[in-house]
Design a protein around this ligand. Structure first.
Ligand SMILES: [Zn+2]
Length: 296
């Protein structure tokens, strides 16, 4: 049995896995906006799900190897460094806590129990408001010297490109995230404020030509970042997770066409592009596995 909690921008999801890695219980709670509130919510989920001596936690931000959150733009705005691991261990007394980036947790979950089972070289890209990334190479999780590996949304794909929320220009997530797709959809609809990426995706499913053309542009930006990661890491599988993975039915074909155009498919025969299989639970499941390394 292992328990993991995925802290999201709006909700915290806790899951309990049995010895075979099946989700046997899950709970969801709104994410509080203060550190104290967050510690209470995560500790509450851990207790309710019966974490016992071990807990894994995924966080949407930079987590250093000592379990300190160094930055999470969509979480606890205004607060600086937060010692997530030490705060939780103090609060839970006797529980050893592992804290990692949410996309890092998600790629581990998909590698062990999801779309990349049996593959030792895996790239996971989460397309949400921004873009997150996680890598498994040679069967091992890539964390980096500080724990900050996989911040793929910050890769610059066009130095003269769109202004990013981080203040730089041309970051991958300024061109290929859910936020970027929403902006393209509004541009197409003549700036109607209520138009979102989902509307564009729905129009694509109905075969609307202008929408398909915009999606192809978006897909080409997405493919640039994926191709760069493929050239560096030579994975067997590229997993697309996050909210936009639900658009795989209309999004993957133009992305694959763009990847082929860049030569990435010819250089990496058999490369598979697949949607995340564990869905919204990937981060929590991966956190549970990381928190309890001997389970499954
Ligand atoms: Zn940026």
């Amino acid at each position: 049995v292992s328990v993991g909690v995925d802290i999201g921008g709006t909700k915290c999801l806790g899951v309990r896995l049995d010895g075979q890695g099946r989700v046997v219980a899950e709970r969801r709670v709104a994410t509080p906006s203060t550190t104290d509130g967050l510690v209470e919510v995560v500790a509450g989920l851990a207790t309710e799900l019966g974490a016992g001596g071990r807990l894994g936690v995924g966080v949407p931000g930079l987590i250093s190897r000592d379990g300190v959150m160094r930055g999470a733009p969509n979480l606890l705005s205004g607060e600086g460094e937060v010692g997530v691991r030490s705060l939780l261990e103090a609060r839970l007394g006797g529980t050893s806590v592992v804290v990692d980036n949410d996309a890092t947790c998600a790629v581990w979950g998909e590698h062990r129990l999801g779309a990349a089972r049996g593959a030792d070289d895996v790239v996971l890209v989460t397309l949400g408001t921004g873009i997150g990334g996680g890598f498994v190479t040679g069967g091992r999780l890539v964390r980096g010297a500080r724990g900050f590996a996989g911040e793929v949304g910050n890769m610059v794909v066009d130095p003269d490109g769109s202004l990013c929320t981080c203040g730089a220009r041309g970051c991958w997530e300024a061109h290929a995230s859910g936020l970027a797709l929403g902006a393209l959809a509004r541009e197409l609809a003549g700036d109607a404020a209520q138009v979102r990426g989902e509307h564009l995706v729905a129009a694509c499913r109905e075969g609307d030509e202008p929408s398909l053309a915009v999606l192809a542009t978006f897909a080409s930006w997405l493919a640039i970042g994926i191709a760069n990661l493929v050239e560096i890491l030579d994975p067997e599988v590229v997993i697309v997770g996050g909210g936009l993975s639900s658009a795989a039915d209309v999004l993957f074909r133009p992305v694959e066409a763009a990847l082929a155009g860049l030569g990435a498919l010819a250089r990496h025969p058999g490369l598979r592009l697949v949607p995340a299989q564990l869905g919204y639970r990937a981060g929590a499941v991966g956190a549970a596995l990381l928190g309890s390394p001997r389970a499954t």
